[in-house]
Design a protein around this ligand. Structure first.
Ligand code: 13P
Length: 339
């Protein structure tokens, strides 16, 4: 077997493990500025040590967490952090049967000449960083792009630029043995209806898969992290979760190859309960669904955890129970079962 075939086999195996039935991924890669809000809200300073302590609460949860999670996305600083007993978080997670991965993008930047649209930076030195993360125990990576819906957006420039940057990122990850999670988020802001969100999602995802193909990305060794198809936050029409499920599955069917092993939705902008309910409806929807449809949630898994913890030793177990409860509910939803 030549080296490329062997590498593809390994990538496919990692992606299949991440997409295992009944499991999802915890996004714990919140940027430093976001962690400032989380920690300040519970009266803690946004120090590296407090971020480590918070992540320690998440990752030292009971090993039952591994029944519901296949992976955790880490912030780069967390890859090198340890428990207070000196165990690397990446090792601790692996021992629970959870694969550690890492966010490798460097954030959104304006796309010149557009109506406040963005691209994502971080390609410089990416191959070297991927190699280091792989050697430090990471199995996959994440890169987020964001697209806005407006009367003239997303522009064709934003669609093509973000598809291209995701494809280049994915090819660099695969060349260094990491499975890329490809995240083209279609944002909630706006008053657009569900149909417009469905159309835009199709346009964006079609461009992303064309670019991935153009860059020789091995599709079986990737995961997709899209938004659910939702009406804009200011849309006056109210839709049922069944309408959201139909629009989401249809948009995905028209644009995502069946070779993709798993699609894990982000929860952005929904409440924890809404995200779980919509995931359940998507999985209960009676249409063709050739991929695992699961969760890669940040806020929908964690939003209540900091407030229960409050930085206090005696609250750790209750905070962990809340995380496990949410992970279990979403695991059930990914199987189409109510809790
Ligand atoms: P949310 O589920 O909170 O949207 O976070 C997921 C994520 O990782 C966004 O990049």
């Amino acid at each position: 077997m030549n080296a490329l075939t062997k590498q593809k086999e390994e990538l496919q195996k990692i992606a299949a493990t991440l997409a295992e039935s009944g499991k999802g991924i915890l996004a714990a890669d919140e940027p430093l500025e976001y962690m400032k809000t989380v920690l300040n809200d519970i009266g803690l300073e946004n120090s590296e040590e407090n971020r480590r302590r918070y992540r320690e609460v998440l990752f030292t949860s009971d090993k039952s967490l591994g029944k519901y999670l296949s992976g955790v996305i880490l912030h780069p600083e967390t890859v090198y952090q340890k428990t207070k007993e000196g165990i690397l978080f990446v090792r601790l997670l692996k021992e629970k049967g959870i694969l550690p991965g890492v966010n490798v993008d460097k954030g959104l930047v304006p796309l010149y000449g557009t109506n406040n649209e963005t691209t994502t930076q971080g390609l410089d030195n990416l191959a070297r960083r991927c190699e280091e993360f792989k050697n430090s125990g990471c199995w996959f990576a994440k890169w987020r792009c964001a697209l806005k819906i407006g009367s003239n957006t997303p522009s064709s420039l934003a669609v093509s630029e973000n598809a291209t940057v995701l494809a280049r990122y994915a090819s660099i990850c695969q060349a260094n043995g990491l499975v890329p999670i490809v995240e083209p988020e279609v944002q909630l802001e706006g008053d657009h209806d569900l149909q417009r969100a469905e159309e835009v999602t199709e346009i964006v995802l079609t461009a992303v898969y064309k670019a991935l193909k153009d860059y020789n990305v091995f599709i079986e060794g990737t995961l997709l992290k899209p938004s659910m198809v939702l009406p804009g936050r200011s849309c006056s029409i109210k839709y049922q979760p069944e309408n959201i499920a139909r629009a989401t599955v249809n948009a995905l069917l028209r644009s995502v190859p069946a070779a993709v092993p798993g699609i894990g939705f982000l929860s952005g902008g929904q409440t924890a309960d809404e995200a779980t309910e919509n995931l359940l409806c998507i999985n209960s929807y009676a249409g063709k669904k050739p991929w695992a449809l699961t969760f890669i949630f940040g806020r929908a898994l964690q939003s209540f955890v900091p407030n229960i913890w409050k930085g206090k030793e005696e609250n750790i177990t209750s905070a962990q129970s809340e995380l496990i409860k949410r992970a279990k509910a979403n695991s059930n939803a990914s199987l189409g079962c109510k809790d």
